[in-house]
Design a protein around this ligand. Structure first.
Ligand SMILES: [Fe+2]
Length: 187
């Protein structure tokens, strides 16, 4: 069984057992850490990336409980600032180096669109699986320093209703002496 199949099979098992998000994260995070670029034949996939596309995604597996998706981004392009409402995401970088910027909503200013930058760092195949939670790292932008690829295991998956993906524009603002970021939905 391939390492990717192992993740899928283990995920199906965990969801059938109604496992807690923390348990799912612990088990699947360790399995995702074992996956590398060769397991997904990424040299070939990246060489054949559509030159017209800044980024592309390839669904690998999907159930009502979770989805596994491969994302590929051309050097110098980005997946713009977006969210994963009420979702967890295990993000495993497999190819190249990317720069990840994440934001958390400033909870003391509810519904204001104000957020604080949380993570602002590079990641590559040596980086452990990155965790996105409903209230942590949930809004993020991914910039490709090289041609790069990563896996996202999303649970629950997007549903185009209460868990629809939104894109944002950002603006730095000063609030009570603190520099925050105002995030405004584009859709
Ligand atoms: Fe994302």
């Amino acid at each position: 069984m391939s390492k990717v199949q192992e993740v899928i099979q283990q995920a199906q098992h965990l969801f059938s057992q109604n496992s807690s998000p923390q348990h799912i994260i612990d088990v699947l995070g360790k399995l995702l850490d074992q996956i590398n670029a060769q397991d997904l034949n990424l040299d070939e996939l990246m060489a054949n990336l559509n030159p017209e596309c800044e980024w592309d995604s390839e669904p690998i597996f999907s159930t009502p409980d979770f989805s596994l998706q491969l994302f590929m981004i051309k050097k110098g392009s980005k997946i713009p600032l977006h969210d994963h409402p009420h979702m967890w995401v295990l993000m495993r970088v497999l190819y190249g180096t990317l720069h990840l910027r994440t934001f958390n909503w400033a909870e003391e200013y509810p519904l204001s669109g104000l957020a604080r930058k949380c993570c602002d760092e590079t990641a590559n195949g040596a980086t452990s699986t990155i965790l996105v939670e409903p209230n942590n790292n949930n809004v993020h932008e991914i910039y490709a320093i090289d041609d790069c690829a990563f896996l996202d295991l999303l649970f629950p998956p997007y549903d185009h209703e209460e868990r629809a993906c939104h894109y944002y524009k950002e603006e730095q603002v000063n609030v009570n002496g603190e520099t925050l970021t105002k995030l405004e939905r584009l859709d």
